[in-house]
Design a binder for this molecule. Structure first.
Ligand SMILES: [Zn+2]
Length: 254
C-alpha cells in the first residue's frame, strides 16, 4: 500500500510531539499521548512521549514480525509490556499515569482490520466513494468535564478507555474487519486533525477528499487556520494540538 503521512507538533508546543506514527508494509499505528495538566502528580517518572514511544515499540515488533494475533490482543500485550518497564519505578495505580489513544490498521489479501481506542478515528473509503467512520466517541459523552470527573472516569466502565496501565482497555476499543475489496483508502487521524470534521463541521467525505487530493499537510494547514480563527473558549479541549493525518491507498491484492 502507499502511505502518505504527516505528524506535526502543535505550533505552541514546548517539548516533544506527543503524537506518533509507525508504519510497515501492511500496517499503520497512530498514537496520541494525553498531555498532562501542569502540576498533576502522575506517579510516573516518565514523560508522555516516553509512554507513546514504548507502546509504539511493543506494537511495531509483532506487526513487523507478521504476527497473526488479533489487534486487541496485540494492544493488550503491548500495554502489559510497557507496564513491566516501569512498575518498579512508578505508581501504576495512579489514575493520572501517562496514557495514549490508539488507532491501528492492518491489511491482508482478504481484509482490513481496524482498532480505535479513544479519540483517534479511522475513516475508510470504498471504491464507490462511500465513507465509513470508525470512532470511539465515549470521551464526548462524559457526564462532566472537571479535572476530577475526567480522572475518575478514565479506564472505568461508563467512562472512557485509553492505553495506559490497564491491559483490559484494549478490549474496550472499537475493532473489527472489513473486506479488502470494499476499501480503497484508509485515513488515520489524531484529534488535532480529525477536528476538521468533528469540531469545524466539514463532512468526512470532504476530509478524505482533501487528504486524497491535496495531502495530509494541506489538511493540517486547513485545521491550523480554523484553530487560529476560532473564538477563544468556543470549543472544549485544546485550542491547538499536535496533529497527525495518514492516508493509505490500498493496491489491488497481488
Ligand atoms: Zn513511569
Amino acid at each position: 500500500m502507499d502511505i502518505w503521512s504527516v505528524c506535526e507538533p502543535a505550533p505552541d508546543r514546548q517539548g516533544p510531539n506527543e503524537d506518533l506514527v509507525i508504519s510497515g508494509p501492511d500496517f499503520v499505528v497512530v498514537l496520541d499521548g494525553a498531555t498532562a495538566p501542569k502540576g498533576v502528580e502522575s506517579g510516573c517518572v516518565h514523560s508522555v512521549a516516553w509512554l507513546v514511544a514504548r507502546l509504539g515499540t511493543h506494537l511495531a515488533l509483532p506487526l513487523l514480525g507478521r504476527s497473526q494475533v488479533p489487534l486487541p490482543d496485540l494492544l493488550a500485550a503491548a500495554i502489559t509490556e510497557v507496564r513491566a518497564e516501569h512498575e518498579d519505578t512508578c505508581d501504576l495505580a495512579n489514575p493520572d499515569s501517562p496514557s495514549s489513544t490508539v488507532a491501528m490498521m492492518r491489511v491482508s489479501d482478504e481484509q482490513v482490520e481496524h482498532l480505535v481506542l479513544a479519540d483517534s478515528p479511522i475513516v475508510l473509503r470504498a471504491p464507490d466513494r462511500r465513507v465509513t467512520v470508525l470512532a470511539d466517541n465515549r470521551v464526548d459523552f462524559l457526564p462532566e468535564y472537571t479535572f476530577e470527573a475526567v480522572r475518575r472516569l478514565r479506564n472505568q466502565p461508563g467512562g472512557f478507555w485509553v492505553a495506559s496501565t490497564e491491559p483490559k482497555a484494549a478490549y474496550e476499543a472499537v475493532s473489527g474487519t472489513t473486506e479488502r475489496a470494499a476499501v480503497e483508502l484508509v485515513a488515520l487521524l489524531t484529534d488535532g486533525a480529525s477536528r476538521y470534521s468533528e469540531r469545524y463541521g466539514h463532512t468526512w467525505d470532504d476530509l478524505v477528499d482533501t487528504l486524497a487530493t491535496a495531502g495530509p499537510q494541506a489538511l493540517i494547514d486547513l485545521v491550523r487556520q480554523h484553530d487560529e480563527d476560532a473564538a477563544v473558549g468556543a470549543f472544549r479541549g485544546k485550542r491547538r494540538d499536535d496533529a497527525t493525518a495518514v492516508l493509505c491507498r490500498l493496491r489491488l491484492p497481488s
